[in-house]
Design a binder for this molecule. Structure first.
Ligand code: SDX
Length: 445
């Protein structure tokens, strides 16, 4: 096992911040501890604030709130930095592979040769679904969105693995992690095959994880399907780029669901549901719809103006990010992969690619985008690659969910292993009616 160079064991206290409160009770100050991590902003520990002052903090979209301590992923939005257990995303995308990154996210270190063989074997031998799960699939309409199917099927797996409900036990947690990572491609592929009326193609143990994704999606019983090494490499890189991303909306959902002790399969189903939204993981599918709607380069200015118009609901999908106020480092790797894949497939004339590149160029030179630090994010180019690989746009977010499952479950595992874990229960500022008495219907207006 490769030993880590340096990480902090816990947030370091020492400094403090003072809140000065001036209200009807006069002026008073309250000192609060400041905690430091290994990298990134320090935090003001407000856990004692309500008890000491009677005040809550207010941060409805968590714009400035650290919800947990984590050692898994670090993002610097200003510098465009993304580290997984300290390793930069561009190095992992270039030099590692998805299952190696899964081991890193789950266990904190890159596997040595022996550990890698065992981990790949263990994941490989969990890729099959219980045959009865297919009954659930057949209950969906053929035109059901793959994300609706994934929410349903993954949630239903909590009924298949209820026997290992003691997730305080490390082995049960490890098995749940392996099952979820291993089965997501099978579920996504089965959902796709069901939607096009083709027979399910089962995973093959001699194939790599990424090769199996493509095999299950595109093979048929009628002929031998040879997985393209180019497409397998591109798929593996896309999976790495989407694996984890700190406390994004879907990961926060998984952590909150898990904090109640809910079954991990149900927690991941909640994460899938959150990822589906167009403001989050659904953006890759929305980018392709947007590029097709723009249609030609000469219509780009029209849509850039619409994106800037507050009265127009149109947004530039694939642009902007809550954390990145610089280039999303994943978008850079994705754009390079786009060029490689389209070039190797002889699709350099893909009509959407020049529109995407021109749109990126125009937006990055436009003061509206510059002032708001709106850059292409991970979703801007991923859809073009996936489409070039023959994957239908309705399946794009399911591919994102396939990759993000390791991030969700690694963060769930970290939360479960936290000796100080507590159920998450935010408060609110109440602006509704003060107390009032019931009014009988005879006296209502
Ligand atoms: C992902 O959190 C994660 O890490 C997510 C993710 C992950 O790996 O898990 O990185 C994956 O979800 C990437 C984001 C994919 N979504 C999109 O591409 C959808 C389009 N982007 C936007 O909806 C938006 O940028 C968000 C949702 C991504 C971020 O929104 P914020 O942080 O709440 O920012 P905001 O809406 O407050 O915008 C700030 C300003 C506003 O203008 P003003 O009110 O200040 O005048 O920027 C504008 C917004 O109107 N703006 C956009 C825009 N994004 C923000 N204007 C036009 N087009 C856009 N895309």
């Amino acid at each position: 096992m490769v030993m880590a160079t340096k990480k902090s064991e816990a947030p370091v206290a020492g400094e403090s911040a003072t809140v000065t409160i001036l209200d009807g009770k006069g002026k008073r100050e309250q000192a609060l501890p400041v905690l430091s991590g290994t990298l990134g902003p320090k935090v003001i520990d407000v856990r004692s604030l309500y008890g000491k002052t009677g005040y809550f903090t207010y941060d409805p979209a968590f714009m400035a709130t650290a919800s947990c301590e984590s050692k898994i992923t670090y993002i610097d939005g200003d510098q465009g930095i993304l580290l997984h257990r300290g390793y930069p995303i561009d190095q992992l995308a270039e030099k590692s592979d998805f299952l190696e990154v899964c081991h890193l996210l789950l266990n904190g270190e890159l596997p040595n040769a022996e550990e890698k063989v065992k981990f790949v074997h263990d994941i490989t031998y969990h890729t099959m679904l219980h045959e009865q799960v297919i009954n659930f699939l057949r209950g969906f309409r053929r035109d059901a969105h793959p994300m609706a199917v994934m929410v349903g099927i993954v949630g239903a797996l909590s009924a298949f693995y209820h026997d290992e409900t003691d997730y305080e036990e490390p082995h049960a947690r490890m098995v749940a992690c392996y099952r979820l990572i291993a089965k997501m491609p099978t579920i996504a592929a089965f959902a796709y095959k069901y939607s096009i009326g083709q027979p399910f193609i089962y995973p093959q143990n001699h194939l790599t994880y990424a090769e199996n994704v493509l095999h299950m999606l595109f093979a048929t019983p009628c002929e031998t399907y040879k997985v393209s090494p180019t497409l397998a490499k591109a798929m593996d890189r896309i999976l790495i780029l989407h694996a984890d991303h700190e406390q994004n909306a879907s990961t926060s959902t998984v952590r909150l669901a898990g904090s109640s002790g809910a079954n991990p399969f149900a927690c991941i189903a909640a994460g899938i549901a959150t990822l589906w939204g167009p403001a989050h993981g659904g953006a890759n599918e929305a980018v392709i719809r947007m590029l097709k709607r723009i249609g030609t380069k000469d219509r780009i200015p029209e849509f850039v103006n619409r994106a800037k118009d507050k009265d127009d609901p149109f947004r530039m999908m694939g642009f902007g990010h809550r954390v990145y106020k610089n280039f999303d480092p994943r978008a850079k790797v994705m754009r390079q992969t786009c060029d490689e894949v389209l070039g190797e497939l002889g699709l350099g004339d893909d009509p959407l690619l020049p529109i995407a590149k021109e749109l990126e160029k125009i937006a990055l030179e436009d003061s509206y985008f510059i002032e708001r630090k709106l850059y292409p994010n991970v979703d801007f180019y991923s859809g073009i690659i996936l489409q070039a690989m023959g994957i239908p746009s309705r399946l794009f977010t399911a591919v994102f969910a396939m990759a993000r499952t390791v991030g969700w479950i690694a963060q769930w595992k970290e939360m479960m292993e936290d000796p100080g874990k507590k159920i998450g229960r935010p408060r609110q500022i109440y602006t509704g009616y003060p107390k009032r008495d019931y009014v009988p219907i005879s006296r209502r207006g």
